[in-house]
Design a protein around this ligand. Structure first.
Ligand code: UT7
Length: 331
């Protein structure tokens, strides 16, 4: 009889750069206002990476905290998965750069590109590797420095993003451990791949002087269309795992969704009929850090004592692709 293994989150950590950019600072850069940004998005400030900081630098700091929280040694890690769309280089993967920074080698390290759903995609992959018995401690990170690929002349996008990293250690649970991953659902709808895109810099449109001058290496987004899709796709991902596990929404202790817009978070909470007090929100401090929002919010909620051992947590995200997904686990 084959042994059944379970995955669990055994440690979390986060890191944000020191520099803070407030809505009032943004008023000096583009035609916007603190009032517009707060009422339309729920954001007040965001952290911005220094010129010499790349994604792996942020990921490294967050990883050290997660390793410590998991009470393991770095050398106990047997896989690294980095979810990012703003890695150090187009190649090699940021996971390999991070592996070198951590002084490790000799096991798989790779990146996952699934936009803001990246950490949920990466955690779902990690879950498979733990459950099939191949890996024991996987370092899963969501990290972004989107402010380096932001068009600072476009008020529709430049006010939205911040930089940060959220790291988690996903480990094999002990047989009697109540902490474990329960279920996860992933999806994508490529028919809308062009609604949120970095147009230039790949093989479709290699970098030229013109592409740089026309700002084609920065984030292009049709925010309004994505907004409508966001609530629908996250609701569907949550509904599927709740139904599949015969769970009522009232049994969920905490809901953490991608922090892209407070109105989206509230609309999802309302549609799911979950108590507001169970919805974790930190968008006001960090804005949209893409694949990092969920692991950052999870780490913060565990460290500030909101989320406790044994709590049932539902995570949901959506993003470029258009991707979406959910993850249900007991802390
Ligand atoms: O994380 C990845 C997924 N991305 C998202 O989830 C983003 C989802 N979308 C959103 O969060 C929202 O669509 C935005 C926050 C991006 C925009 O909010 P909105 O309520 O959809 O605004 P809108 O784009 O419909 O624009 C409304 C008005 C427009 O002016 P007019 O045409 O009505 O005169 C915009 O030009 O607001 C104007 N506007 C601004 N005004 C002040 C757009 N950006 C700004 C700004 N400051 N920064």
């Amino acid at each position: 009889m084959s042994i059944k293994y379970y995955a669990k989150v055994s440690g979390t950590g986060m890191y944000v750069p020191d520099k803070v950019l407030t809505n009032f600072d943004l008023e000096k850069i583009v035609n916007t206002s603190d009032e517009w940004i707060r009422t339309r998005t729920g954001m007040s400030e965001r952290h911005i990476a220094a010129e010499d900081q790349a994604a792996s630098d942020l990921a490294y700091e967050a990883s050290l905290k997660a390793i410590k929280a998991a009470r393991i040694r770095a050398k106990d890690i047997d896989m690294i998965i980095v979810a990012t769309i703003s890695g150090d280089h187009p190649f090699p993967s940021t996971a390999c750069v991070l592996q070198q920074k951590l002084g490790l080698k000799g096991f798989p390290a790779f990146d996952v590109s699934a936009g803001c759903t990246g950490w949920i995609y990466a955690s779902n992959i990690a879950k498979q590797y733990i459950e099939n018995g191949i890996a024991k401690n996987i370092l899963v990170i969501g990290v972004e420095i989107l402010t380096k690929i932001t068009n600072w002349k476009d008020r529709g996008t430049c006010i939205l993003f911040g930089d940060g990293a959220g790291a988690t250690i996903i480990s094999r649970a002990k047989p009697k451990d109540i902490s474990r991953f329960i279920d996860s659902e992933l999806s994508a709808d490529g028919t809308h791949y062009d609604l949120l895109i970095q147009n230039a810099g790949g093989s479709r449109m290699p970098a030229t002087k013109e592409t740089v001058e026309e700002n084609l290496h920065t984030v292009y987004m049709e925010g309004n269309k994505i907004f409508k899709n966001a609530v629908r796709s996250m609701y569907s991902a949550c509904d599927i795992v709740l139904r599949r596990n015969h769970l009522d929404v009232h049994s969920i202790d905490w809901l953490i969704t991608h922090q892209a817009n407070l109105r989206i978070i509230q609309a999802l909470g309302k549609k799911l009929k979950i108590n507001d007090k169970k919805v974790i929100v930190n968008i006001e401090k960090y804005a949209n850090t893409s694949s990092a929002t969920i692991p950052m919010a999870l780490d913060e909620a565990i460290r500030n004592g909101k989320i406790h051992h044994g709590d049932l947590v539902l995570l949901a995200s959506f993003g470029a692709g258009l991707t979406s997904g959910s993850l249900l686990f007991r802390v």
